[in-house]
Design a protein around this ligand. Sequence first.
Ligand code: NAI
Ligand SMILES: CCCCCC(=O)/C=C/C=C\C=C\C=C\[C@@H](O)[C@@H](O)CCCC(=O)O
Length: 270
Amino acid sequence: MSLKGKVALVTGAAQGLGKGFTRILLTHGAKVSLLDVNEAAGAELKRSLDGDFGADSTVFLPCDVTSDAQLKDAFRRTLETFGRIDIVCNNAGILDENAWERTVSINLCAVVRGTYLALQHMKKESGGQGGVIVNVASVAGLGPLLSTPVYTATKHGVVGFSRAIAEVSKVCDYGVRVNVLCPSFTNTAILSNIEDDRTTGQFARLKDISKKMLQDAGVLDVSEVAEGFLQLVTDEGKNGSVLMVTKAGTAYVTFPQVVKDLVASPSVVL
Ligand SMILES: NC(=O)C1=CN([C@@H]2O[C@H](COP(=O)(O)OP(=O)(O)OC[C@H]3O[C@@H](n4cnc5c(N)ncnc54)[C@H](O)[C@@H]3O)[C@@H](O)[C@H]2O)C=CC1
Ligand SMILES: CCCCCC(=O)/C=C/C=C\C=C\C=C\[C@@H](O)[C@@H](O)CCCC(=O)O
């Protein structure tokens, strides 16, 4: 899929991975609507992108993705600005085991909200032109990151929800692909949480284990993850795909078909 003339909406775009996704989309000819709760960082990024890609290539929309009204308004203003939405990346996320309800609200509830809004605008049965949604989970969405159980739960939820919605889209012929990106440790601000007792809370005593996992796994550059993101956006054969990006390599994840396996071989003991 060529990105020329396409319009993307990226949440949590002001820094880190969202900024990397934004830049790779712009480099390949798309226009991007940047959503972020951090107005200062968003405005600063907009100024920088104006210089690199021209002022008409992006729009920055202050938005707290936990607010239904703000996210709906951001979609509306994106359509007003660019006339279409072809790509949605639900990327915004935090890690805070103390503020675990807010972690769930941002990392999972807002991904559901952003996915449903994207489908509302893109699915063919409501007059849309189709498109693609990339939801950002984590390797912690594939297995437990022990010092962050709620963060782990939210990322598992993003994987499960996205795979299910991808199946819905296929069966209902929405014309919208839904994929999941599962990066490993990447060099952004969120990594500092691994050492921060304020965000690991009751699990702070486990931080040395998580730090060793980080040291063993290595730390990705944003650009490495952005290449995986671009694959999920542009490969029109990918729907319901889960792409894991690690320093050891990039791979599509396959999942056991438990029910089919169970029926096929009743001896399977769960
Ligand atoms: N950095 C890493 O090691 C990994 C990160 N991820 C995920 O990647 C996504 C992006 O995180 P990073 O770029 O690493 O972190 P980051 O902290 O650098 O960027 C997160 C961005 O989301 C924004 N944001 C936070 N809450 C928001 C809200 N309520 N509404 C709108 N924007 C909000 C922040 O202002 C920030 O710009 C997250 O979902 C994170 O869980 C997944 C795997 C690894
Ligand atoms: C603490 C900051 C992390 C926030 C960013 C993020 O999401 C990073 C995730 C990176 C890696 C997650 C790894 C999870 C591993 C589990 O799947 C499990 O396989 C670990 C098993 C460890 C072992 O050797 O037994």
